[in-house]
Design a binder for this molecule. Sequence first.
Ligand SMILES: C[S@@+](CC[C@H](N)C(=O)[O-])C[C@H]1O[C@@H](n2cnc3c(N)ncnc32)[C@H](O)[C@@H]1O
Length: 308
Amino acid sequence: MPASYPHLPVLYHEIILALRPRREGYYVDGTLGAGGHAAGILEVSEPDGRLLGMDLDPQAVWIARQRLAPFGQRAVIVQASYTCLREQLEVLGWQAVNGILLDLGVSSMQLDTPERGFSFQSDAPLDMRFDPANPVTADELVNSLPENDLADVIFRFGEERRAYQVARAIVRSRPIHGTSQLAEIVARATRGGRPGFHPATRTFQALRIAVNRELEALETVLPLAVGALAPTGRLAVIAFHSLEDRIVKHYFRQESQDCICPPRQAVCTCGHHASIREITRHPIQPSEAEINTNPRARSAKLRIVEKI
Ligand SMILES: C[S@@+](CC[C@H](N)C(=O)[O-])C[C@H]1O[C@@H](n2cnc3c(N)ncnc32)[C@H](O)[C@@H]1O
């Protein structure tokens, strides 16, 4: 696994083991990033395994295109949301695929490019868009949402207990135009917090999720991904916070059951049939060694299912 790219793929070996890439196989990486996992899938599925790589971020697409160029036409790369999976597969004429990866959230390249506004480590405009064509920026949310709506975003998507104090402090300090200014306001409103954990972490996460409508996208893609898998094909999802992981876990649990009637109902009326089987009852997490080399991997949780 080459480490010379600006994002180290998380749980790389576990993803390769999960998806079992093979010759003649068809794969999708819905969150291409710098193409680290995608390169692995293409290498292991030599000589003719194929991969569709998607990312909302044109910079990621550009980097991944360079990285995957040696694989020629085996790699098809598009700048699109993974929620357009079905349309993209139709364009390619791929009926079903053998493996799909979703490595959710933000990449190191995005975090480490100050002008993208994802990080409070350096001062930058409040942007946070994966796709620069998205009409909503973090600046707009921070400076125009009514206080209650802002508090709701920070509470729901950041799980910030002091969401109302934070929202009030933001509204009182408007206009806010930079990541440092916002981080300071949040730090003052939350007064301290856990050592080693910046008090603005939750608020920044909340704004990023809201700007990119990340949870809606995840809820949309899971059934599309399961629908796109060939029998025995696998879907692997890496989540980085509990909101994402909860959605993945519930969906996988529900779709791996034959009946989803309420537990107290004596006779089944739902007509539901399991479409997947869970390969991981409990999520796979990175080893200490991986966290030491790549601290950003520390909150990763990988869940894998197989199409029946
Ligand atoms: C954690 S990174 C993926 C890193 C990648 N696996 C690698 O090895 O380099 C997540 C990527 O998903 C992209 N992304 C987020 N939401 C997306 C969506 N709805 N559709 C497509 N890509 C998305 C982000 O732009 C980011 O590049």
